[in-house]
Ligand binder design. Structure first.
Ligand code: NI
Length: 174
């Protein structure tokens, strides 16, 4: 398992639409393992393959709290079959938008179909933080960031700050 660098916004690689995998084979399992390691090292609760520059429909999620038993989920080709009419709001962050948070409202429950680590087709229901996290990660597979769900003004402010932080970092590195 290798922790890989995470791409931060603004970056065109975060805006692409990722492609489904043919199966959860050894290559995809390797990708899932690396993604889990990358997510854990960055202290995140979810990561999508495009965030490490891989345009495949693969996400990893673990919403267990600190001190709780880890509950990693490795998910390929996720498909939301149902969304509850009830909505919920969480303050969301993203490893690709470091240090920025905003309230995002999404369906409170979802029914999800996906291929797991063993290439088994599974269907689950998720609610609360897990449902929000899965929806956030699936958005990444379609080139959508959490800031795309908030006001244009707030989005512009966050992206400008990130772009400026990137330029400053580059100058320091140069
Ligand atoms: Ni994210």
């Amino acid at each position: 398992m290798t922790a890989l660098p995470i791409i931060t916004a603004p970056d065109p690689r975060l805006k692409i639409k990722a492609r489904p995998v043919a199966a959860a084979d050894d290559d995809v399992r390797q990708l899932m393992d690396d993604m889990l390691e990358t997510m854990r090292k960055a202290i995140g609760i979810g990561l999508a393959a495009p965030q490490i520059g891989v345009a495949k429909r693969v996400i990893v999620v673990d919403v267990a709290r600190e001190g709780e038993k880890p509950q990693p989920m490795m998910i390929a080709n996720p498909e939301i079959l149902w969304r509850s009419p009830e909505l919920t709001t969480f303050s969301e962050g993203c490893l690709s938008l470091p240090e920025h948070y905003a309230d995002v409202t999404r369906p409170e429950k979802i029914r999800l179909r996906y291929l797991d680590y063993q290439n088994e087709l599974r269907e689950i229901e998720a609610s609360g933080l897990l449902a929000t996290c899965i929806q956030h990660e699936i958005d990444h597979l379609d080139g959508i960031l959490f800031v795309d769900h908030i006001s244009t003004v707030k989005r512009g402010m966050i992206l400008r700050k990130l772009a400026k932080a990137k330029r400053t970092r580059n100058l320091v590195a140069a």
